[in-house]
Design a protein around this ligand. Structure first.
Ligand code: C2E
Ligand code: CA
Ligand code: CA
Length: 522
């Protein structure tokens, strides 16, 4: 796969991720958010229902306690009925109170002492000995009342009031239930009985499909409250939230995609930019001095290309050289380098007629038919001797191609020297280098950096130097950054060195100055 194809693939994947991820995250968030919301809302409402239930219990207990204190022989005389009416008036959640003997309510706040009501058999008795009837007919035969009896005291509970708040939440069903019996006492909406679990837990929440259920239990009375939040509101909430979040996700996604596509376009059009940069003269040469380690005198320089627009570096060669190689236009850059070298070499030779230039050649150049011709052109125009030119080829391009042997053989026949660049970072062995009949070996900065670190790499450096000497290859160590490295290499017998310790790559003007100084110092 070419780089451009893989770039397209990466971009396509990137766009999918850029849009997909925010949207998926949005949906996930909406879901989680709504589930959490549904849970805490249901729990909150169950709590409200329980508080109402407990308040009803409080009023009921106070009312029945007072009624039970009435004299048992004459509970229904005027004082008794007055008390009942007083209690009825003051209690907000009771509809009526009365005094009963067995199942018959003999007097009450609604019937006075004239009217008896048959309450019927109690349906259940709570753990606190309250007898409960859920469907009692009192005045109006079409109405059913919830009646609790403690001793003789009777309280008629206002069903509507106890759970009245629920009507504000149409998707919500709520019920009060008996903790000990697991029976629903009163409800609004439909609360399936199976949800009413007997447990000691003060509260619990659970889900059943799309329903959120919350239960709270009273520590004081034998009641609990349960809320069932149906799926309708849950989903409408999810949908609403998801809609907002998905919109945001999409906008973010599209924005990210645009950024990606823009980046891709810029990247894939680099070859075009390189071409126009070459035409517009945006490429120039820097020179990094190569010194003889013995006396640290500058004997040559590596030619390093720079792409700059009015002095600003556009891109480092480590980036644009591989781009140009992939796009098949590296040879254009090589030609430019050789062209630019002519004038610089002429000026430098005037100061140091023996100066060497090392030029970087890519693997595609090796396959060119006209490379030798190009170099000859440089030699003729600049006045250089062929022996003053070193062609640096990377280890990989040498090993890759059988054809390289022919081209490099041709070059060496003209007198140009060939060096293996970045030696040790590729896959070749010294044996294959020997076969190629090269002149010089450039030890990569990786090995130079390892000198004195007592590492495996450091030990290999020694071996490379020994073998190179054995094969009668000249050695240049690159990336020398410290005096220690320079001294160690010198004592190993390495002839040439290059690196920031001696000099950084510099513009021709600076190199000329340096060379003049060296010449004048003799
Ligand atoms: P390279 O051929 O290995 O060039 C040496 C690189 O190491 C240069 O980077 C140089 O600036 C850097 N360097 C020199 N001394 C030191 C040091 O002491 N420490 C460290 N850490 N680095 C040091 P640069 O100029 O950025 O070039 C990078 C690569 O681009 C070169 O690596 C070479 O492969 C390629 N290149 C540069 N110019 C050309 C060219 O004209 N043609 C071709 N085909 N490739 C080129
Ligand atoms: Ca090089
Ligand atoms: Ca190198």
């Amino acid at each position: 796969m070419t780089r451009i194809n893989s770039v397209t693939l990466v971009i396509a994947l990137g766009v999918c991720v850029a849009i997909g991820l925010p949207v998926a995250a949005a949906i996930g968030l909406a879901r989680e958010e709504s589930e959490e919301r549904a849970e805490s809302r249901a729990l909150g409402l169950a709590q409200v229902a329980l508080v109402q239930g407990e308040e009803t219990g409080n009023q009921l207990a106070a009312a029945t306690d007072a009624i039970n204190r009435l004299p048992a022989d004459r509970p229904c005389d005027r004082e008794g009925v007055d008390l009942m009416r007083q209690i009825d008036l003051e209690s907000t959640l009771l509809q009526a109170v009365g005094w009963a003997d067995g199942n018959v309510m003999r007097c009450s706040s609604i019937g006075g002492s004239e009217r008896l009501f048959d309450l019927g058999e109690p349906e259940m008795t709570s753990s606190l000995q309250a007898r409960i009837r859920r469907n009692v007919v009192l005045l109006d035969p079409s109405d059913r009342y919830f009646v609790v009896q403690r001793g003789h005291g009777v309280a008629v509970i206002h069903q509507q009031l106890a759970l009245s708040f629920v009507k504000d939440y149409p998707s919500m069903s709520v019920a009060l239930f008996s903790k000990s019996k697991g029976e629903i006492l009163m409800q609004r909406g439909d609360v399936p009985r199976r949800y009413v679990r007997s447990s000691q837990l003060p509260y619990e929440t659970f889900r059943d499909g799309n329903r959120q259920i919350a239960i709270v239990r009273s520590p004081k009375y034998d009641i609990g409250a349960i809320v069932v939040q149906s799926n309708a509101s849950f989903y409408s909430y999810v949908n609403r939230a998801a809609l907002i979040l998905i919109s945001i996700g999409l906008i973010v996604g599209v924005f990210l995609s645009l950024l990606l596509i823009d980046g891709a376009r810029r990247w894939t059009s680099w070859p075009a930019l390189i071409r126009s940069g070459l035409k517009r003269g945006e490429f120039e040469l820097h020179y990094q001095p190569v010194v003889r380690l013995e006396d640290e005198k500058i004997v040559g320089a590596e030619v390093l290309v720079r792409w700059s627009d009015r002095g600003n570096l556009r891109m480092s060669p480590d980036q644009f050289i591989p781009l140009a190689e992939d796009a098949g236009i590296i040879t254009l850059i090589t030609d430019k380098v050789l062209d630019l070298l002519v004038a610089d070499a002429q000026a430098i030779l005037k100061i140091d007629p023996k100066f060497h230039f090392a030029v970087n050649i890519s693997s595609q150049d090796i396959h060119r038919a006209d490379l030798a011709e190009r170099l000859n052109f440089l030699i003729r125009r600049s006045g250089l001797d062929a022996g003053q030119i070193v062609v640096e080829v990377t280890e990989r391009s040498v090993v890759d191609a059988e054809r390289a042997e022919a081209t490099l053989g041709l070059l060496r026949a003209t007198g140009v020297k060939v060096a293996v660049d970045d030696f040790g970072t590729g896959y070749s062995s010294l044996a294959s280098v020997a076969k190629m009949k090269l002149d010089l070996l450039k030890i990569d900065k990786l090995f130079v950096g390892a000198i004195g670190t007592n590492s495996e790499v450091g030990r290999v450096t020694n071996k490379i130097v020994d073998l190179a000497k054995h094969l009668h290859l000249g050695i240049i160590a690159e990336g020398i950054e410290t005096r220690e490295q320079a001294e160690a290499l010198r004592s190993m017998g390495v002839e040439y060195g290059q690196g920031y310790y001696f000099a950084r790559p510099m513009i021709p003007h600076d190199l000329l100055q340096k060379l003049r100084k060296q010449r004048d110092e003799g």
